[in-house]
Design a binder for this molecule. Structure first.
Ligand SMILES: C[S@@+](CC[C@H](N)C(=O)[O-])C[C@H]1O[C@@H](n2cnc3c(N)ncnc32)[C@H](O)[C@@H]1O
Length: 342
């Protein structure tokens, strides 16, 4: 039995990351602040509070450089963000702000490559309309139509080098059947924070790209969703959040509610492999049963065809014996009534 550790740190992630040793985390999951959307605080270290686009990407680049350093070789960095529609009045712009190219460049500059990605459908277009008046039908402008920006991105980058190759997974067959799809339909119901992660989204990332007892980092941790889910999935967690209000919120609404036993972990990579093998056997059993069912169905259909042929031949013989179609039908009806009586 080992004890999991939940490190919950109030501070500027750049300063905190600089104090962490090289290659000490297995997975990073985060959603960064943006340069011109929401301002979380007046703190000069707050990335949402930058003077310019250039300053923002410069600082975000420094954070990614530090994250790459603390990540183990071959480890994954899940970057969750979204392109967003400008609303009237914001920087006098209309249309959409796209982060993809700039963020992708920062990862490439830090020798990390795109590994895989998912699209997160967070809510319906109808819900987006409530926040964005220009989506209402009555506000449409024929040549200027804008669609709802209700989809977030889950970009997964890989640090160069190799991690230990483990031919297993910590998810079930049923989960894989849903999660393998590149579009994740998950409604967002996080706590208190203005832009919270959905716990289900974090759970998928934790289980897909880490093992039991691994350590997971979120440098922009908000109300601590990554820490919560990581510990509850049997992983260690490190969360760094600048804003004291969000930091306290996580302590109060999440971590203080845990029983001490949540930190006890008897799980291991060996046990994960056992679970995986059980799922493999279940999969084999399911496909064998499906094959058997298919075979039985086929045999039934063949039998039916033979019987129909025999009936046709008997009808022909009855016709030859001079019976009329009506009489043959009445014989058939009597036979089926007799069957029903049985
Ligand atoms: C998009 S939110 C993250 C929300 C989080 N995923 C959750 O589930 O609650 C980004 C967070 O980054 C924080 N932040 C901004 N600059 C920071 C910095 N330099 N160091 C640490 N946190 C910072 C903001 O206060 C904000 O809470």
């Amino acid at each position: 039995m080992s004890r999991l550790v939940n490190k919950w740190i109030n501070g500027d992630c750049l300063k905190v990351l600089k104090k962490m040793p090289d290659k000490c985390v297995d997975l990073i999951i985060t959603s960064p602040p943006y340069h011109n959307l929401r301002v979380y605080s007046n703190d000069p270290c707050d990335l949402s509070n930058c003077e310019s686009y250039e300053e923002y990407y410069y600082l975000l680049g420094l954070v990614i450089t530090e994250c790459e350093r603390v990540l183990k070789d071959g480890g994954k960095f899940v970057m969750q963000y979204e392109d967003y529609n400008y609303t009237l009045g914001r920087d006098n712009k209309m249309g959409q702000e796209s982060l993809t190219g700039d963020i992708d460049k920062l990862f490439k500059d830090n020798n990390m490559s795109l590994w895989t990605k998912a699209f997160w459908r967070k809510y319906s277009a109808q819900r987006a309309m409530l926040a964005q008046g220009n989506l209402y039908y009555r506000n449409m402008k024929a040549r200027d139509t804008i669609l709802a920006a209700n989809v977030g991105f889950v970009y997964v980058y890989k640090k160069s080098g190799d991690c230990e190759l483990i031919k297993a997974s910590d998810i079930t067959l049923e989960e894989w059947a849903n999660w393998a799809d590149g579009v994740w339909n998950i409604s967002n119901t996080g706590i208190g924070h203005t832009t919270p992660f959905a716990e289900e989204l974090v759970k998928r990332c934790v289980k897909l790209w880490s093992c039991p007892n691994d350590t997971i980092l979120d440098p922009f941790a908000g109300a601590g969703t990554v820490n919560k889910v990581a510990i509850e999935c049997g992983r260690n967690a490190i969360g760094i959040e600048l804003n004291k209000e969000f930091y306290d919120l996580a302590n109060e609404k999440r971590f203080s509610l845990w029983e001490d036993s949540v930190f006890d972990s008897s799980d291991s990579i060996e046990k994960m492999k056992e679970r995986f093998n059980e799922q493999l056997n279940l999969g084999k059993e399911q496909s064998e049963n499906a094959k058997k069912d298919k075979q039985e169905q086929k045999e039934l259909i063949d039998k039916k065809k033979v019987l129909q042929k025999q009936i046709k031949e008997m009808e022909l013989q009855l016709k030859v014996l001079g019976l009329k179609a009506k009489e043959i039908k009445s014989i058939k009806d009597n036979v089926s009534e007799g069957e029903n009586d049985d």
